[in-house]
Design a protein around this ligand. Sequence first.
Ligand code: NAD
Length: 256
Amino acid sequence: MNRVALITGSTSGIGKSIAIAFAQAGYDIMFHGLEANGQQIADEIGEKYKVKTGFSNANLMDQQAIGDLIDFAEKTFGKIDVLINNAGIQYVSKVEEFPLEKWNNIIAVNLNSVFVASRAAWPGMKKNGFGRIINVSSVHGIRASEYKSAYVSAKHGVIGLTKVLGLEGAGDNITCNAICPGYVKTPLVEGQIKDQAKAHGLSEEEVVKKVMLKKQAVKEFIPEKKIAELALFLAAEDASAITGSAYVLDGGWSAQ
Ligand code: NAD
């Protein structure tokens, strides 16, 4: 019997790497994201790994659209076994200048959507006696950095929610865990490298070593593939006792 994974934000960056790893492992995949070539990505990966795929560009700022996304996945595949709440956005600003709209958007996408999607997928998982919810938080879910008030708040919130869902799912074979990466070189971070280079008057290489990876003991980006491998481990049938936890892949950042 095929397992089905819905991965938000899977037409870019970390989510796409997770989707590829799950397709390679034989999962059917509901792709999701705002990238214009999302359908093409879903078709190509489905063809390559011989699994069924679908695609949705539901806007996670719209809570009705999140409900529709869950319905669409359940109608397309008959069920959702694994929900990976991965989509996320970032904005960097001093607190007194932080635009309220940016705060609201970050909380909507990075925190509220995790709750709304999990809530909507929950009855199906309960009925099937199987569910794996994996939330992509961040090292910023356990540590703070200046100028990231909304992102750090949302990512800490995701870890709190993960704990509650872990408790509530016990007994129904629904687990919920979070993954907390350090810096991963995705489009989200490439934008930040360019901005920081301008702001600090440094080259992009200097920004990576001196600014971005300053807090990581290992001065390398976290490989997307390692995050995907951890997600596969957490999604496994025999991972039923692993729940309510946050797994850190941060190059030693939080060891200090
Ligand atoms: P990315 O920008 O490459 O991908 C983000 C995805 O989310 C895209 O598919 C985008 O379309 C989707 N998305 C954004 N806003 C959306 C909206 N309103 N509605 C629907 N979809 C939306 O970013 P990434 O670096 O791969 O980040 C993925 C997750 O990993 C995020 O939650 C991010 O916070 C987290 N994370 C990233 C890093 C890093 O260094 N890149 C580190 C720790 C955690």
